[in-house]
Write a protein that binds this ligand. Structure first.
Ligand SMILES: Cc1cc2nc3c(=O)[nH]c(=O)nc-3n(C[C@H](O)[C@H](O)[C@H](O)COP(=O)(O)OP(=O)(O)OC[C@H]3O[C@@H](n4cnc5c(N)ncnc54)[C@H](O)[C@@H]3O)c2cc1C
Length: 236
């Protein structure tokens, strides 16, 4: 068998093992549908902002890659793993909203909705397990890395169709002349960004890494590892 095929099959097999691992974990702690698996994170204070949740659900946050992904998901029912993770990171880290506020909307959109994968993945991407690393996605970098010419953003956010490549992931950085030349009136034809990504990312990083050292979080992390890992396996 050609080595490329062998690699593809082994990658697929490892994803199926992830699937079974997450489903088993959910079976053993089904309260993950409502609360973080690590009880130490249940004291995190995240005031709910219904308008921000609605902007996130409808793809009107003012962050083009986030809006394009959500509109694509709402229309097609599919997004790849990384963009699913970015949507949750944007909601729970940058908008500082409880992951529970996004769980049902995503579940209703995913054609492949599987609660056993969905809820553990939401908690993991929100950085509330205490056992996995904390990944705070920068949606601008994700856009520049994975949609450098803005084809995906222009397809799903037609308000930015005439935007030059240089401004497609950061229209708020374009001067007024460039905005009007592209037919964009930020705050009218397309929203201004809900948050300053650098500030919101810094805040989330500071709070979540400090929380990681909380004795309650550490004790729970030990409990989770004991309960969910098979000795010699590398994940929990
Ligand atoms: C917030 C979030 C929510 C998710 N919700 C779901 C869900 O409801 N249903 C779902 O099937 N997957 C879910 N995933 C996992 C993953 O994103 C999808 O399985 C994958 O993107 C589907 O693409 P595919 O059909 O091309 O699968 P492939 O990449 O070809 O993978 C094949 C199968 O492996 C399993 N799988 C793949 N990646 C993962 C993973 N990271 N964790 C666990 N199992 C995996 C799935 O059963 C998938 O159908 C979620 C991921 C995130 C970050």
């Amino acid at each position: 068998m050609p080595s490329g095929q062998r690699r593809a099959i082994s990658a697929f097999q490892s994803r199926l093992r992830w699937r079974d691992h997450f489903i088993q974990k959910f079976e053993m702690e089904a309260r993950m549908e409502w609360v973080s698996v690590n009880a130490g994170y249940r004291t995190l204070h995240k005031p709910v902002k219904p308008q921000w949740i609605q902007a996130w659900e409808t793809g009107h946050t003012g962050i083009p890659m986030v809006d394009a992904c959500m509109r694509c998901l709402n229309a097609t029912g599919y997004l790849n793993f990384r963009m699913r993770a970015m949507l949750v990171s944007f909601l729970s880290h940058h908008l500082w909203q409880p992951w529970q506020q996004g769980a049902h909307h995503l579940a209703q959109q995913f054609l492949d909705f599987e609660p056993g994968i969905h809820y553990p993945q939401l908690i993991m991407q929100a950085g509330e397990t205490g056992t996995y690393t904390i990944r705070i996605y920068n949606p601008v970098k994700q856009g520049q890395d994975h949609d450098p010419q803005g084809h995906f953003v222009r397809q799903w956010v037609p308000e930015l169709a005439a935007c030059p490549d240089a401004g497609i992931h950061t229209p708020w950085r374009m001067d007024l002349f460039a905005q009007s030349a592209s037919g964009i009136r930020l705050g009218e034809s397309y929203p201004l960004p809900l948050v300053d990504l650098e500030q919101s990312g810094r805040h989330a990083r500071r709070v979540l890494w400090a929380k990681r050292n909380d004795p309650a979080v550490r004790a729970e992390a030990r409990r989770i590892l004991q309960k969910h890992i098979i000795k010699g396996r590398r994940w929990a």
